[in-house]
Design a protein. Structure first.
Length: 234
């Protein structure tokens, strides 16, 4: 696992081309995954949410568009700067202001129980201690509130699995660097970190270790991505 400062530097270099690479490399499916994450939160009117590792803000903005008051946090200034530019454009079009805060997901600068839910998309895998990250999200969410995690997964269907391994392991590391403009091996790291990260039942077990209740899993796109949901003890 790279040091936090290495992760920060890596995302700083990827930031200008991050959204473009996301759309191209996932064939646009990443947007649908984030919409599914919003649905899994099960928003009620007027709820306040936190999106950690928010990057360029796509999940935070999708939650906001669905009616939540969302705070996005990330520890990479260039990613957050792009989120800020997008937030200003959204606000000019009447999308409402967004709150973006520079923060480490392992030490959130918020009081206990001040959000109704917390989300993280493609971020938990980058934390040096994912259980500590889940505990920190749970600390700032009220009892009974929800934690939703969107993360890559490894498909097990025979044909899809073989295509995925070829695309994700051979094509994406090169194409990702080319499309994003980052020459720092970020998309090789993406592949390696996804291969090494606990998925499905193993990740549900991590949620349980973090004290989350009723952990559940929903596979997306044949198991290429997964949504996990847990509740903070009431
Ligand atoms: C793959 S991006 C995901 C961005 C966004 N959530 C999305 O769905 O596109 C991972 C993000 O996690 C952030 N990150 C990684 N470790 C972090 C940490 N310890 N604290 C805060 N942000 C972190 C990175 O800076 C990066 O912006």
């Amino acid at each position: 696992m790279p040091e936090a400062t290495t992760i920060q530097r890596m995302f700083a270099e990827v930031a200008p081309g991050y959204d473009r690479a996301n759309r191209a490399l996932s064939f646009g499916v990443d947007r649908w995954w984030r919409r599914r994450a919003v649905r899994m939160v099960g928003l009620r009117p007027g709820e306040r949410g936190l999106d950690v590792c928010c990057g360029t803000g796509d999940l935070a903005f999708a939650l906001q568009a669905a009616g939540a008051a969302v705070t996005g946090t990330d520890f990479c200034a260039p990613m957050l700067a792009i989120a800020g530019q997008k937030a200003r454009r959204r606000n000019e079009r009447g999308g409402g202001p967004a709150r973006l805060v520079a923060a480490d997901a392992l030490a959130l600068p918020f009081a206990d129980h001040c959000f109704d839910f917390a989300t993280v998309a493609f971020g938990i895998r980058n934390l040096s201690d994912p259980v500590a990250g889940l505990r920190e999200m749970a600390r700032v969410v009220r009892p009974g509130g929800r934690i939703v995690v969107l993360e890559f997964c490894r498909p097990r269907l025979p044909v899809l699995g073989a295509l995925y391994r070829f695309y994700f392991g051979r094509v994406l590391p090169r194409l990702g660097g080319w499309i994003s403009g980052a020459r720092n091996g970020a998309y090789r790291y993406l592949h390696d970190s996804v291969m090494a990260f606990p998925e499905r039942g193993d990740f549900l077990a991590l949620m349980q270790r973090a004290g989350l209740q009723r952990p559940r899993l929903c596979l997306l796109t044949g198991g290429i991505a997964a949504l996990y949901r847990g509740e903070v003890e009431a």
